[in-house]
Design a protein around this ligand. Structure first.
Ligand SMILES: [Zn+2]
Length: 391
């Protein structure tokens, strides 16, 4: 291989020798990746180092090509222009793949999780062999298409995933204890990280989205189900129960419909796309998909308005519960059903306010794209986090 991938080089150095030095260098590199372009002065403050130490620490990173001298910034406090440090965004490329039933959704990104290209593949079935073949094919095709060497792969899915890449439980695939990460790593010959899909989305936000402004936020996804994740003090919270969908059955409306587990008015019953569509379809006596449900509500159809208003109110209550109990004040909304928020925004905000102490700080709501690319990008983000830097 003639093209050196500095991220990988840095990581291998870390693994081999100079652990103490590498730890601080990695922390520096991570900070530049997440916050850059950034001045040495700001970096020194964040890392509680002197500027001299910071300059010493950054030199090997600049020499290796991982960090670059970025734009000039005229900083009044220094009195002369300072050159900002940045990462070379194209120093490494990653592929993220979301397994959405019999559909694979993939994206190739640079080291900042910027999506360069996307691809999808429909599978004939969801056996392990078929899914592995599909992910290998997409990864190779995206690398060739963009003419890049893929450094690592992240895979996300709705289910419980162990840190070693074993899918412990994924009911929608009928999988139990599948060593997906190891199977893919062997086929692809590169590191593969597997994670729960909502957790991966939270990780993408942590480094490349909402986390730029805050170390604490909740993620709520609305789609086939309802997902919940949380980042506290810049750590994505993962527990053995992550992936069970614990946020998916939170009680929100005693008069709501039933979910498949028999809960009346739980978050899945009130918010999920299938439940919203089923309620409207039943009342109108014909099948209605999500786009039509939103269009009907916008045009004043009484059934659609009633169902979506109840959903919007439930979303506001869920957000209030999330921020009140965890004491965060930022919520990232994602998932393919996130259009619910735009369709019912004032209802959502009113319901949130009702359940919120008037003295409490305002809740910052960030809406991620409803595009499937967000899920694939999330999968790439966990690969970037796991492979580029380790903490
Ligand atoms: Zn339920």
């Amino acid at each position: 291989m003639n093209s050196v991938l500095p991220v990988a080089v840095l990581h291998s150095r870390h693994a081999e020798t100079h652990a103490a030095l590498a730890d601080s260098a990695l922390e520096l590199a991570r900070l530049v990746l997440v916050r850059g372009p950034i001045s040495r002065g700001d970096l020194a403050r964040e890392l509680k180092l002197s500027v001299a130490s910071l300059t010493r620490l950054s030199k090997p990173l600049l020499d290796s090509g991982l960090l670059i001298e970025g734009e000039l910034l005229v900083d009044g406090t220094v009195g002369r222009p300072v050159r900002l440090l940045d990462v070379r965004a194209d120093s490494a490329h990653f592929v993220g793949v979301k397994i959405a039933g019999d559909l694979l959704q993939a994206a190739v990104t640079d080291v900042r999780a910027t999506v360069l290209a996307v691809a999808t593949k429909e599978l004939s079935d969801t056996t392990v062999d078929t899914v592995v073949d599909g992910i290998v094919e997409l990864t190779q095709a995206l690398g060739v298409q963009e003419n890049v060497t893929v450094t690592g792969v992240g895979v996300s899915l709705g289910g419980q995933v162990r840190p070693d890449g074993v899918v412990h439980r994924a009911p929608f695939l009928a999988w139990k204890d599948v060593p997906l990460g190891a199977l893919l790593a062997e086929r692809l010959g590169m590191p593969v990280v597997v994670d729960n899909d909502v957790t991966a989305l939270a990780a993408a936000e942590q480094w490349f989205g909402a986390g730029k402004d805050t170390q604490n936020f909740a993620v709520i996804t609305v789609g086939a189900g309802v997902g919940y994740g949380i980042v506290i003090r810049d750590h994505v919270i993962r527990t053995p129960d992550t992936g069970l969908g614990l946020g998916g059955h939170f009680p929100l409306d005693v008069n709501g419909p039933l979910c498949m587990d028999g809960h009346r008015g739980c978050s899945t019953a009130m918010l999920s796309i299938p439940s919203v569509c089923a309620q409207i379809s039943t009342a109108l006596g014909r099948p209605v998909d999500y786009d039509e449900a939103l269009a009907l509500a916008a045009s004043g159809n009484k059934v659609a308005v009633a169902v979506l208003t109840a959903a919007g109110k439930a979303l506001g209550k869920l957000m209030a519960a999330a921020v009140n109990l965890t004491m965060v004040n930022t919520v990232v909304l994602g998932g393919e059903g996130v259009a619910l928020f735009a369709a019912t925004e004032s209802t959502v905000r009113d319901a949130l306010q009702v359940d919120r102490d008037p003295e409490a700080g305002s809740v910052n709501i960030r809406v991620a794209s409803a595009d499937f690319t967000e899920w694939a990008r999330g999968a790439a983000a966990v690969a970037i986090q796991a492979q580029a830097f380790r903490f």
